[in-house]
Design a protein around this ligand. Structure first.
Ligand SMILES: *[C@@H]1O[C@H](CO)[C@@H](O)[C@H](O)[C@H]1NC(C)=O
Ligand SMILES: *[C@@H]1O[C@H](CO)[C@@H](O)[C@H](O)[C@H]1NC(C)=O
Ligand SMILES: *[C@@H]1O[C@H](CO)[C@@H](O)[C@H](O)[C@H]1NC(C)=O
Length: 313
């Protein structure tokens, strides 16, 4: 705990004495999603080759109590003073120091990482900048459930995790608001996230749909799911099996018509081949008429044939 304090006092006085050395923060606000990585950047002047032994870099978080995030004191890293919040998740991308960049990488960002960070640099002179880190957690995956609770009565459930608290809005097929009939509970889940569960009990006929919308006011973000009231308790399974049956019907119809068409064409071909011989015989002509009648809808060839027959007569 002693070294960073010494560093801070050192930097503080240098800041007063040496106004020429300035640290810059190209981006003063970072917004990152919970669980992702973030790299925050500060720049400082380096003239020529970096003298590592003369460089001190520090990142700290301004909470009620100051938390040490990273310390490099005159070229030497010091992890002993690092606050437990950041253990194992912090890396300074040292190769970039040569180019006058202090890049701090935080991996697997937690909600509690949100706040203000100060990056201090001492190199000849000393200076610091403050950077704001915002962490968001959208309600991305919605788990849904449909349970029959009686005659035409259903209990619909939607559950998701995120931050901050989301309002849950329910709508029917016509987008009418049903939220006042729903019950929404908020629990604290993993890493400060809210586990929001909303239940709507409603009378409905089969084959109706409902929407649940997680409305995250602070992020101005909506995530929604569709719930399908189906014949069995497991709506998803039912619609999938229905689609499967539908596919079989289409395939059967397709192959059936192909078969029929082939048969008709064959019949017509056979008739055409025998046409010259049967032209004289009126009985054969009769049978041919019967054939063309059977396949009229499917074969173009037979229309031509019929036309020729009329010409002939
Ligand atoms: C975050 O950084 C760690 C370590 O560098 C890496 O293994 C991981 O794949 C990164 N995750 C994402 C989401 O980029
Ligand atoms: C919501 O839940 C509470 C407690 O489980 C219950 O007393 C209340 O009647 C429910 N409200 C609605 C609208 O279902
Ligand atoms: C989210 O949905 C609510 C309710 O339908 C609506 O009032 C709001 O404007 C929507 N917000 C966005 C950003 O789409």
């Amino acid at each position: 705990m002693e070294k960073p304090l010494v560093l801070f006092i050192f930097l503080f006085y240098w800041h007063l004495l040496n106004a020429l050395f300035t640290v810059e923060a190209p981006q003063s606000l970072y917004t990152v999603e919970h669980g992702k990585n973030v790299t925050m950047e500060c720049t400082f002047p380096v003239n020529g080759k970096l003298k590592f032994r003369e460089l001190s870099v520090s990142w700290e978080k301004k909470d009620e109590l100051k938390k040490q995030v990273y310390v490099l004191l005159r070229g030497e890293e010091d992890f002993k003073s690092q606050h437990s919040d950041f253990k194992g998740r912090i890396k300074l991308l040292k190769e970039n120091l040569n180019f006058g960049k202090s890049l701090l990488q935080i991996t697997d960002v937690k909600l509690r990482d949100a706040g203000f960070y100060r990056c201090l640099i001492g190199y000849g002179g000393a200076d610091y900048k403050t950077i704001n880190l915002k962490v968001k957690a959208p309600y991305r995956r919605i788990t849904k459930g449909v349970v029959s609770t009686g005659e035409n009565e259903w209990k619909l459930t939607c559950q998701s995790e995120g931050y901050p608290e989301a309002e849950v809005i329910w709508q029917n097929r016509e987008y009418e608001d049903l939220s006042d009939k729903a019950n929404t509970t908020y629990e604290t889940g993993s890493d400060q996230l809210y586990r929001v569960t909303s239940t709507l009990t409603i009378k409905s006929r089969i084959d109706e749909i409902f929407y649940c919308i997680f409305w995250n006011k602070e992020l101005q973000e909506n995530t929604s799911a569709i719930l399908h009231i189906a014949d069995s308790a497991d709506g998803v399974l039912w619609t999938e099996s229905r689609r499967f049956v539908g596919e079989i019907l289409i395939m059967t119809a397709f192959f059936g018509s192909v078969l029929l068409f082939t048969l008709c064409v064959r019949k017509v071909r056979a008739n055409k081949d025998s046409r010259t011989t049967v032209a004289i015989s009126s009985t054969a002509k009769l049978s041919k008429d019967k054939d063309t009648h059977d396949c009229r809808a499917t074969s173009f060839e037979d229309k031509e044939l019929k036309y020729m027959q009329i010409e002939e007569t």
